[in-house]
Design a protein around this ligand. Structure first.
Ligand SMILES: Cc1cc2nc3c(=O)[nH]c(=O)nc-3n(C[C@H](O)[C@H](O)[C@H](O)COP(=O)(O)O)c2cc1C
Length: 374
């Protein structure tokens, strides 16, 4: 573990937040239908308490895949395919779900696979079904075997974990919370964590994140790609079951045609940067992750570690959200690496942590949609 240094300015999150539009259009909320598979039913199913898997094969493996799919993924692209056979579940990248502008080398895509593998492994272990993770090339596999079920608070936390892009309450992390979050990242010794929780550190990181955010919003291709992954209302979210549900980031629902048209107008650097400044200020701290290896394998390890961090935070009653601008904007990586005490290396992911309210859920595709025939 390393502890961060210091710096200067502001804070909040960017993606999915176009609060100016929220103010202007607060009254224009769509009435959204919820049929059998409407948003409300799907969100409720996503939040159902975790239960160890007891069904026989292949139903058991489908249930494990469901827990895997509840993991975080960049823009909620869910860029994974699962191949299920009796002793093993393989996870491979679904390159049709790339986000080439924000993630041109697929770093986040592989990190997302790592997040899903971590959930899958936890679910298998909690069910007495093995759960050993192996990585070969661009594929991850989770070996299944019969064994003793392990009580697992992180498994129990899977349905409650979410990225909460709202303001937190400004309270500090306790020494115990800090230590447990670091330990969750560094378990397995593949990834190290740097905590930035002094006022000066938060200010420095805030400046860096805002610099990255401004650069991204100045790029029309970035804004277009982000807009295309936003689900502007419940009906869109329930139909596609992926992407960023606007209210998850504190924004109002809008008819899709209107949301897409307004997005470029209201998603401005000034508004987003002010929001980011408030969000960081309200957080207990930020945690940056760096894998030993700079390769798809290392990126998958970073994803596994980030998922462990988010789940441990959930166990502790804390909320988390990613603020990855300084790892996405290539020119900002060296400064973040230096702040992490590892100049010249590539930082992988950056999250903020704190105490805050829950937000509406971003949905997941069905298990059937992500399983390949063996
Ligand atoms: C590799 C990776 C990168 C991410 N980057 C960001 C980010 O920079 N900003 C953000 O708000 N969310 C980011 N997210 C969070 C996803 O948007 C989020 O996991 C997804 O929308 C699903 O929502 P949920 O985690 O609340 O279930 C990232 C997630 C992953 C796994």
């Amino acid at each position: 573990m390393r502890t961060g240094l210091s710096g200067s300015t502001h804070t909040i999150t960017r993606r999915q937040s176009f609060a100016a539009g929220a103010l202007v259009l607060g009254g224009a909320t769509t009435a959204c239908s919820s049929g059998d598979e409407g948003y409300g039913a799907l969100a409720e199913a996503l939040s159902a308490p975790a239960e160890p898997v007891t069904a026989p094969f292949p139903r058991s493996h489908q249930q494990l895949v469901r827990y895997a799919s509840q993991a975080a993924s960049g823009h909620n692209t869910q860029p994974w395919r699962f191949t299920v056979s009796d002793p093993v579940i393989e996870l491979s990248p679904d390159f049709s779900r790339r986000t080439p502008v924000v993630d041109p080398d697929d770093h986040h895509l592989f990190a997302s696979l790592g997040c899903a593998a971590e959930n899958l492994s936890l679910a298998a272990r909690a069910s007495g079904l093995g759960g050993e993770v192996d990585m070969a090339g661009e594929t991850l596999s989770v070996a299944l075997a019969s064994g003793a079920a392990e009580a697992s608070p992180r498994f129990d936390a899977i349905p409650q974990r979410q990225c909460t892009r709202l303001e937190y309450d400004g309270s500090a992390l306790s020494a115990e919370e800090r230590a447990r979050l670091i330990a969750a990242v560094e378990e397995g010794r593949q990834v190290s964590a740097t905590v930035f929780d002094s006022a000066a550190d938060k200010t420095r990181l805030s400046e860096l994140i805002i610099q990255g955010n401004s650069a991204q919003i100045a790029d029309p291709a970035f804004v277009r790609e982000l807009r295309d992954w936003i689900r502007f209302n419940e009906a869109e979210a329930a139909r596609l079951r992926d992407g960023l549900f606007a209210p998850s980031s504190g924004n109002p629902q809008l008819p899709g045609w209107l949301g897409r048209r307004l997005f470029g107008l209201v998603f401005t650097a000034d508004a987003e940067n002010a929001k980011i400044a408030r969000q960081i200020e309200s957080s207990g701290g930020l945690i940056a992750l760096m894998a030993e290896e700079n390769s798809p394998r290392g990126w998958m390890e970073a994803g596994r570690a980030a998922q462990r961090l988010q789940l441990e935070a959930t166990v502790l009653g804390l909320k988390t959200a990613y603020l990855n601008q300084p790892v996405e904007v290539v020119s900002l990586r060296p400064e973040l690496a230096t702040l992490m005490g590892a100049p010249g290396r590539r930082p992988n992911l950056l999250l903020r942590v704190g105490r805050g309210p829950a937000a509406p859920r971003s949905l997941r595709r069905s298990v059937e949609a992500v399983i390949e025939p063996a």
